[in-house]
Design a protein around this ligand. Structure first.
Ligand code: PMP
Length: 323
């Protein structure tokens, strides 16, 4: 548990006056803090719902889209977090995939990715990972984001960005670059964010669903539909985790402590990547695994076959996930 979390919790315990329900969209200050982290000082019309984790946000947006356009497809990268297809298909949306990695499974297939976006039928729902792609660790550069955003805008597609690791890649601001590029170029945008990892608040279920539109009246209409989805799922969000995050983000000293902890977590992941890469260089005599040091966030694909993973397991007691 981060020290800033303990401190915020102690203050909340002392100050808390009520256990009344939160409003359906959650605490308004929490929403403002999320919008600020994701979009900076954007002038667009935006609304945020406080959700039980990033998964809650994904489920609410899935529900909304399935009701709004039943039977539609959600396009997601191949590979993606295994829960993505499960969440979206449960609501009746169909799951389609677009290419993301090249043959090595360790790098972006830039052309394949952009060609697939260019070839989509108009007005599709498209899921993108904001940063620290799970499971590959392969992220888009700013140039890739600009190219993707232009194609999404041209096809009048609706991007849904999932961001669960903001700050684990390059930094809080840097990791939001893709979202901000999209926000500038497309008419409407959903972002599902999770604070589970970056505040180490996993079990408190802290996340958010943010909707941005160039037309403020659309934000109002969509918010009212989202509220109906929430009302029939969990009625209103759990308060504690959101209160902790709000306390930290809105108290300058706690915010500074958190940013320091976040940098420490990011540096530790980087250091582990670099030392693993160096060790693999030494023991294999090749630079084949150098790519691990370039990947972002908690996950990487190494381009190993299932047989190789099994061999590592059986013969060397080195345990990797088989996919
Ligand atoms: N999206 C991605 C890509 C994730 O990796 C995760 C967590 N593993 C989530 C969303 C959901 O996080 P939460 O625990 O906040 O629901």
């Amino acid at each position: 548990v981060l020290a800033c979390v303990k401190e915020a919790e102690a203050a909340i315990l002392k100050e808390e006056q009520t256990k009344a329900y939160l409003p359906i969209p959650g605490h308004p200050t929490y929403g403002e803090e999320i919008r600020h982290l994701l979009l900076g000082e954007s002038g667009e019309a935006v609304a945020t719902m406080q959700t039980p984790g990033g998964t809650g946000a994904l489920r609410v947006v899935a529900d909304f889209l399935a009701e709004f356009r039943p039977g539609s497809a959600m396009w997601m990268p191949n590979p993606t977090w295994p829960n993505h297809p499960q969440v979206f298909s449960r609501t009746g949306l169909t799951c389609e995939s677009y290419p993301y990695l090249d043959e090595s499974q360790t790098q972006l297939d830039r052309q394949g990715f952009l060609d697939a976006l260019a070839a989509l039928p108009p007005e599709q729902f498209v899921l993108l990972h904001g940063c620290c792609h799970n499971p590959s660790g392969v992220d888009l550069t700013e140039e890739d984001w600009v190219a993707a955003a232009e194609l999404l805008a041209r096809g009048r597609h609706l991007p849904v960005v999932d961001i669960a690791y903001q700050g684990y890649g390059q930094g809080i601001e840097e990791d939001a670059a893709g979202i901000r590029i999209l926000a500038e170029k497309v008419e409407e945008l959903f972002v599902c964010n999770s604070f589970s990892k970056i505040f180490s608040l996993y079990r408190e279920r802290v996340g958010g669903l943010t909707f941005m539109a160039k037309d403020p009246s659309v934000v109002e209409t969509v918010t009212s539909r989202l509220k109906r989805c929430v009302r029939t799922h969990y009625s209103n969000p759990p308060a504690h985790g959101g209160a902790v995050v709000t306390k930290i983000l809105s108290t300058p000293a706690l915010r500074a402590d958190w940013l320091e902890d976040l940098s420490a977590m990011r540096d530790r992941i980087r250091a582990a990547r670099v030392s693993l890469t160096q060790a693999l260089r030494k023991s294999t005599g090749t630079d084949r695994f150098d790519i691990l040091a370039q990947h972002q966030g908690m996950f990487s694909l190494m381009g190993l076959s299932q047989d190789q993973v099994e061999q590592l397991r059986e013969e060397h007691a080195i345990y990797l996930v088989s996919n």
